[in-house]
Design a binder for this molecule. Structure first.
Ligand code: FAD
Length: 416
């Protein structure tokens, strides 16, 4: 069923009795050409592009919970391509371009909103770094604008400009950045993949990988054994657990990251703002809630909830940037499990086991990467060669010293 304005009108007149289920609920088949483990944004996007761009029909996505129960439905919804390094910039710009055409491609309203992402700077040195990053972005065809203090004041006059410790000296603005409704991304990809014959199997946990003579032959699941020609793993915060089933140890740690939503307020922030002197990013949802987040909790965990010290830390940053936030009441908060890599950049690669492919290490930043990650992983699974925009995301880069350390933090996952 195609969604359209005409269809809406028709259903409104017929009492909405004609809508079909958005995707099927199939029983697992005994075997598939390609099995994707993980029905998050990346797994579902991979399945969609495998079916729509690479002509692969016998594909299944196995999800241990329900579609959208992982980080794809827990993030703060920010998309952008304001990266500095060669290994990253073209990939994230490719992703932003795919976001721009996503709703037409999926025939689904994912509420892609290019409302602008503004990174604030608070010192001359930070402004210099932003100039460098903005120039790198432009060289790769992305958009970037350097704003002075007055230009920022014109956009957000209520920010704390004259804070004695963190005066606002300007900002780097990417107007094409913005937000996307996160769970609609999961639903949109699921529906589009399903319509091309992909089986999306929820409540199906992978408990083991079947490997014979160095080659993967299938997976053990809570719903029985499923044979597979190839297996792609896209399980975000559970990467280490699943890859351990193949005896592989990853350069990844799992950490908790929290998100916060206030009560609905009148329109205040029409873009995305990030604080440059601490970790704090904020936007306002269409329902009026301020949606914000900050640092990870800082300890290894697989729990999808966080703790109070980080709540205090995030809210302190918010107060330093926009004291008015102190009047807002916090309505909801939750946590997600982040796959933090050693250099803060992702991995999309083959593994030492034939037929087993890995996609992970997305840290805080994997939501914006969803379309490009899906396309690059589909390309790798279908052709056994890396997608040109993801060629740097190799598993062995840590052994060879080819780190992509966007933040310059070194091999400390909790700092990326
Ligand atoms: C609070 C928070 C805020 C964030 N904010 C942003 C942001 O603003 N911008 C941005 O770009 N990124 C952001 N991120 C990061 C982004 O959400 C993630 O990097 C991205 O969603 C990860 O990819 P995914 O969608 O495939 O993961 P997930 O949705 O977590 O998908 C992985 C799936 O694998 C399933 N799974 C795990 N183990 C198994 C198994 N054994 N068998 C079967 N299924 C399994 C899980 O249930 C899960 O559904 C944020 C993350 C969090 C938690």
């Amino acid at each position: 069923m195609r969604y359209s304005a005409l269809r809406l009108l028709r259903e409104a007149l017929r009492g909405n009795r004609g809508w079909e289920r958005a995707w099927r609920d199939p029983e697992p088949q005994p075997e598939y050409d390609i099995v994707i483990i993980g029905g998050g944004g990346h797994g579902l996007a991979t399945a969609h592009y495998l079916a729509s761009r690479y002509g692969q029909a016998r594909v299944a996505v196995l999800e241990k919970g329900w579609i959208g129960s992982g980080n794809v439905g827990r993030n703060t919804t920010i998309i952008r391509s304001n990266y500095l390094l060669d290994g990253n910039q073209p990939f994230y710009e490719f992703s932003l371009r795919l976001w721009e055409g996503l709703e037409q491609d999926l025939n689904y309203n994912a509420m892609v909103s290019q409302r602008g992402v503004l990174n604030l700077c608070h010192s001359d040195a930070q402004r210099d770094a932003f100039v460098r990053r903005g120039n790198a972005m432009k060289l790769h065809g992305a958009d970037a604008e350097l704003l002075d203090t007055e230009a920022v004041r014109a956009m957000y006059p209520w920010l704390n400009f004259d804070n004695a410790r963190f005066p606002i000296r300007g900002g780097l603005l990417q107007r094409r950045g913005g937000t996307v409704r996160h769970d609609a991304v999961a639903w949109g990809y699921a529906r589009a993949a399903d319509s091309r014959g992909v089986d999306i199997i929820q409540n199906c946990e992978v408990t083991g990988l079947r490997i014979a003579d160095g080659r993967v032959t299938g997976v053990d699941t809570s719903r029985g054994v499923i044979g597979a020609g190839k297996v792609g793993v896209a399980v975000a915060g559970n990467s280490s657990r699943v890859m351990a089933m193949a005896g592989l140890r990853l350069p990844i740690e799992s950490h908790v990251l929290q998100a916060f939503v206030t009560e609905g307020l009148k329109p205040l922030i029409d873009g995305v703002i990030t604080f440059g002197a601490g970790h704090f990013y904020v936007s306002q949802s269409d329902k009026g809630g301020l949606v914000f987040g900050g640092d990870i909790d800082g300890y290894n965990s697989y729990a999808q909830r966080g703790n109070l010290p980080v709540v205090e830390d995030v809210v302190e940053s918010g107060m330093a940037l926009m004291p008015a936030i102190g009047r807002a009441r916090l309505l909801r908060m939750w946590g997600g499990v982040m796959d933090m890599s050693m250099d803060g950049s992702p991995i999309i690669d083959r593994t030492p086991v034939d037929g087993l492919y890995f996609n992970g290490g997305w840290c805080y930043g994997g939501f914006k990467a969803t379309p490009a990650s899906g396309m690059a992983f589909a390309h790798l699974l279908a052709t056994d060669t890396p997608h040109p925009t993801a060629a740097a995301y190799r598993l062995d880069r840590f052994r060879h010293g080819r780190m992509i350390d966007e933040k310059g933090m070194g091999a400390q996952p909790n700092l990326h």
